[in-house]
Design a protein around this ligand. Structure first.
Ligand code: FAD
Ligand code: SF4
Length: 486
């Protein structure tokens, strides 16, 4: 156990963020660099090393949290890093981006603020990179088997790293021009600087994983041919079909899917454009959708110099406290103030968009909305509450409905989909096509990075067993696990 009295003598302290007026002028991560290290040992010391550590169950990866808290308390960063990597290929991604269901499940959280698990995680991994503890781990011998991974998001990368280390020859096919999936082009630089992806890719390359960018399987490369060329295939193509808003005026110029808008801002940071082809500069911006994707649009619009930013959500505003029907240790749906929300803008709850209004040139100018109430499973409009707000750039951030159905991948492999439009799989993450596996949002539906990594690791074990008859790779989750978490 770290510090037997740590939870009694120290309160919860989290990473400090840079002042708003400073950080909205740049795209760097919002945290004060180096602010965690001086406090993290005491914070890790708040861990009680519970007999039944509920944090394990809260985390889809089954992270060995009390073990690395103990190492972090003792400032044994090397030991902590070894324990961290035992269950997570990419703690620098989850340590920055995860909503931390482990903290919602932390036993300390029953009657006082939970252990800052996520901050401890990111400190351990940043220190490990800094001290050179993260090194390539190439396999000792090759199996002679080949695997193609389709998609380079967190699920594809985790599967590829596990399979490469198990001795298989792995090639990752990615239709975008850079590796990383939503980590690269969805999540803005101010939430995670892309250098963190780049150095992992270098590590993976040094271990032997091959990367092929600019190849869309189904469109540029026939899926059946790929199947013949490789002994197994992992589909980690994400859930990229965005939900639309088919209301009058949707066709006006200036209304974009969030995933049309966010990648362009990320491409400016990569040096592809001087200015983004779609920009919020000087415009009244409306973001439709109150989730993570919406918050990323809000933060991006602030940095581009929007005149105003309004985020709309159809659901009512959640409570600030854990609601009674979502008791500890479940992940509660509470009111959250993300770094993007700290930076300004207005959030409007329980409203629905009725239509858009444009000018004579076909550019959107206003969004018409109405207040709604959720009754008997449907949203009822409240008469007399209609109003319009200025909207010169609108981003739709209303979620995703499943794998891309337009590039032919599903048909060419002959994949069966489940009732929710995701690729169906068995307990080993194998699809209806023998030797073809699925991991991440493509099989689970729109989810989280931590689930994608857990699925990639579990699918890798399924592939390894399929290729060799046995596997020593871990499988943190099953394909239908939802656990206590989001
Ligand atoms: C804007 C945004 C912000 C988010 N923020 C967070 C967050 O803060 N924290 C969090 O936990 N989760 C967040 N999420 C969710 C998280 O990013 C996803 O759950 C996660 O990335 C899913 O990983 P994946 O590997 O399954 O798929 P993806 O990351 O979607 O990667 C799939 C990859 O497959 C490629 N691909 C698709 N089809 C083909 C094909 N036919 N051939 C070749 N390549 C193909 C795509 O180009 C893509 O690169 C966010 C999502 C969005 C959209
Ligand atoms: S539940 Fe919280 S206090 Fe208990 S072991 Fe996990 S992190 Fe430590």
């Amino acid at each position: 156990m770290a510090d037997p009295k740590g939870f009694l003598t120290h309160g919860r302290e989290v990473a400090r963020t840079r002042p708003v007026d400073e950080r909205v002028k740049d795209w760097k991560e919002v945290y004060v660099p180096g602010s965690l290290l001086p406090i993290i040992s005491k914070q890790a010391g708040r861990c009680m090393d519970c007999g039944i550590p509920f944090c394990h169950n809260g985390c889809p990866l089954g992270n060995l949290i009390p073990e690395w808290n103990d190492y972090a308390y003792r400032e044994d960063w090397s030991g902590a890093s070894e324990r961290l990597h035992a269950t997570n290929n990419f703690p620098e991604f989850t340590g920055r981006l995860c909503p931390a269901p482990c903290e919602a499940a932390c036993v300390l959280g029953i009657n006082q603020p939970a252990v800052t698990i996520k901050n401890v995680e990111v400190t351990i991994i940043d220190k490990a990179w800094e001290t050179g503890d993260v090194t390539p781990q190439p396999p000792e011998r090759l199996s002679g088997k080949t695997v193609a991974v389709i998609g380079s998001g967190p699920a594809g990368l985790a599967a590829a790293q596990q399979l490469t280390r198990a001795g298989h020859t792995v090639a990752v096919y990615e239709r975008a021009d850079r590796i990383g999936g939503l980590l690269r082009y969805g999540i803005p630089e101010f939430k995670m600087e892309k250098r963190h992806i780049n150095r992992r890719i270098e590590q993976m390359r040094a271990e032997g994983t091959k990367f092929r960018t600019g190849v869309e399987v189904g469109r540029d490369l026939d899926a059946a041919k790929l199947r013949k060329r490789y002994d197994a295939v992992v589909i980690a193509a994400g859930s990229t079909t965005a939900r639309d808003l088919p209301v009058p005026g949707r066709e006006l110029t200036g209304i974009h899917q969030a995933m049309e808008y966010l990648p362009l801002a990320n491409k400016v940071q990569e040096g592809d454009f001087v200015a983004p082809p779609i920009s919020a500069e000087g415009k009244h911006v409306v973001v439709i959708g109150g989730g993570d994707t919406g918050a990323d649009c809000v933060g991006t619009a602030h940095r581009q110099g929007a005149a105003s930013v309004t985020q709309l959500e159809i659901m009512p505003r959640p409570s600030e406290e854990r609601p009674g029907h979502q008791p500890w240790p479940t992940f509660p749906m509470t009111y959250k103030v993300t770094s993007a929300h700290e930076e300004g803008g207005e959030r409007v709850y329980a409203v629905s968009t009725t239509h858009f209004e444009g000018d004579e040139d076909g550019n959107v100018q206003f969004l018409h909305l109405v207040e709604v109430e959720f009754k008997d499973g449907t949203f009822e409009q409240k008469p007399g509450t209609e109003r319009k707000i200025p909207a010169q750039l609108v981003t739709l951030a209303m979620g995703f409905t499943g794998i891309d159905r337009e590039n032919g991948l599903v048909e060419q492999f002959g994949l069966e989909l489940d009732a929710r439009g995701n690729v169906a799989r068995d307990a080993e993450f194998q699809t209806n096509v023998p030797g073809v596996f699925v991991a991440g949002d493509a099989g689970r539906g729109q989810s989280l990075i931590v689930w994608a990594i857990a699925e990639g690791r579990s699918a890798a074990r399924g592939v390894d067993r399929h290729l060799t008859g046995a596997s020593s790779l871990p499988a943190p989750i099953g394909p239908t696990d939802r656990a206590l978490t989001v």
